[in-house]
Design a protein around this ligand. Structure first.
Ligand SMILES: CC(C)(COP(=O)(O)OP(=O)(O)OC[C@H]1O[C@@H](n2cnc3c(N)ncnc32)[C@H](O)[C@@H]1OP(=O)(O)O)[C@@H](O)C(=O)NCCC(=O)NCCS
Length: 177
């Protein structure tokens, strides 16, 4: 019989790939940032559900973000498993929108979201980046503030439960030519 501790993989996922909470029992692994593809649909659905609960995207939206042309889609990977995901839409001429960002629970506070955000901003190549975030999502608000985003407006009753969204914006000097 194996104990809970023994059954936990060093990448923080259990044998079926479901996230398990608790302490690392080995040092955190370095992560890679790679372009995501339609093959990531299963792992992205799991990540979405874990990160966003009832606000998680339905299957059609998950497929769309992994396939629509022009979208920047990046995954953070540890031991060939997706532990974080970001997508950005640069299809407007001057403004790009971050459309989703999530990191699986056992892998948070390791700088993964910060790294995904920086790479996505770089690949979108737009002078203005915008996103919306729940008014009560303190971890995300702290992350974005630290990354240089500033509050520009509010979308009232934006989320399913009636919560408002803050619209945040960052201006990237290197793309203001
Ligand atoms: C928000 C989220 C993406 C952050 O991912 P992460 O990989 O843990 O973020 P990072 O490690 O890059 O954190 C960068 C900074 O953000 C802030 N931050 C992140 N999580 C925080 C938390 N739980 N509490 C307070 N500040 C937090 C800190 O300032 C942190 O820097 P520090 O660790 O040096 O103090 C992650 O918690 C998540 O996936 N949450 C659920 C989905 C979600 O809310 N997505 C955003 C939707 S807009």
């Amino acid at each position: 019989m194996i104990s809970l501790h023994d059954s936990k993989r060093s990448d923080g996922l259990d044998a079926e790939g479901a996230a398990v909470s608790g302490e690392w029992h080995t040092a955190p692994q370095p992560f890679s940032i790679l372009t995501a593809t339609w093959r990531d649909v299963g792992e992205l659905r799991v990540l979405e559900a874990e990160c966003f609960g009832e606000d998680a995207w339905p299957l059609l939206d998950v497929i769309s973000v992994l396939t629509i042309g022009g979208i920047v889609r990046l995954k953070a990977v540890i031991h060939e498993r997706m532990v974080g995901f970001i997508a950005g839409d640069p299809r407007e001429e001057d403004t790009a929108w971050i459309t989703t960002l999530g990191v699986r629970a056992p892998y948070r506070r390791l700088g993964i979201a910060t790294a995904l955000l920086a790479e996505c901003e770089k690949q979108m190549r737009r002078p203005v980046i915008r996103l919306c975030v729940r008014k009560d999502n303190q971890p995300a608000l702290q992350l974005y503030t630290k990354a240089g985003y500033r509050h520009v407006s509010v979308w009232w009753n934006y989320y399913r439960d009636g919560q408002d969204a803050f619209v945040l914006e960052k201006k990237l000097a290197e793309f203001n030519s």
